[in-house]
Design a protein around this ligand. Structure first.
Ligand SMILES: Nc1ncnc2c1ncn2[C@@H]1O[C@H](COP(=O)(O)OP(=O)(O)OP(=O)(O)O)[C@@H](O)[C@H]1O
Ligand SMILES: [Mg+2]
Length: 240
């Protein structure tokens, strides 16, 4: 079997004395689309921050592409969209994308960028505007554009659909389907369980610092004999 793209072993994280992650074991397979669900404050963003070495872990280990997660070489294969994406307010959309591509040693190609904006339903006129003049959804689309233009093997997206209208959500799903066909791997968080069900091969419900459930989204419903993902989720987190 191919080595996992990411592996978490007994990962623990505390903020002060408060444990957030207690013993997270998780492996993300190559080409897998994995959705992380959990109530507000469950630790989803913390798990991502640990994975990308934005904060130190207090126990266990994490590997990315077979390397310790602290190795910059491992992170170079990852494209990341933070939960609160705030680009520098004084840059135009075009300057921001130019900067992000330059950081990845990639050329800025206007046709490629225009095609990405069209795929995300973002008006190309936005490229010339400073990002402070963007709406929330427009800003989110810019962040997604920067991520997808990076063309990495692993996409780590923390609530990628946040602030997007239904049309834009459909656009993002179509883009993700394209990435899936190309063999990319996705690790994302979402509160929209319908999106998780539609997009993912597997979902993990993180609760009280540990994964409560890991399996295909439909299996969560089957396990609790529920037809609705929401009800199955609620039963799952009440289960222990
Ligand atoms: N920098 C920090 N310092 C102290 N506590 C923190 C910090 N960041 C997060 N926490 C706490 O860790 C817990 C998990 O937060 P986290 O942001 O990972 O949750 P989440 O599952 O992403 O929630 P949401 O669905 O609201 O995004 C919360 O109790 C939060 O208050
Ligand atoms: Mg979060």
């Amino acid at each position: 079997m191919a080595a996992p793209v990411a592996r978490f072993e007994r990962v623990a994280k505390r903020y002060g004395a408060a444990p957030v992650l207690r013993a997270v074991d998780l492996a993300l397979g190559r080409g897998e689309f994995l959705g992380l669900a959990g109530v507000n404050g469950a630790g989803k963003t913390t798990l991502i921050k640990c994975m990308l070495d934005f904060c130190a872990i207090d126990g266990g280990r994490i590997e990315l592409f077979g390397l310790p997660h602290t190795a910059a070489r491992a992170r170079a294969r990852v494209s990341y969209l933070p939960e609160r994406f705030v680009p520098p307010y004084y840059l135009t959309g075009r300057d921001f994308l130019r900067l992000m591509l330059a950081l990845q040693e990639r050329a800025y190609a206007e046709t490629e960028v225009q095609a990405m904006l069209a795929a995300l339903d973002l008006d190309p006129a936005a490229l010339a505007k400073p990002v402070r003049a963007y709406s929330k959804g427009m800003t989110q689309k810019l962040g997604l554009a920067a991520c997808f233009l990076g063309e990495r093997e692993l996409y780590v997206l923390d609530e990628p659909m946040s602030g997007l209208d239904p049309q834009a959500r459909a656009c993002v799903k179509a883009l993700l389907a394209r990435l899936k066909a190309q063999g990319a791997t996705l690790f994302f968080t979402s509160h929209a369980l319908a999106d998780v069900e539609e997009i993912c091969d597997r979902m993990v419900v993180l609760h009280q610092g540990v994964p409560y459930f890991s399996g295909p989204p439909r299996a969560l419903c089957d396990h609790y004999g529920e037809t609705s993902m929401e009800r199955a989720f609620l039963r799952c987190i009440a289960a222990r």
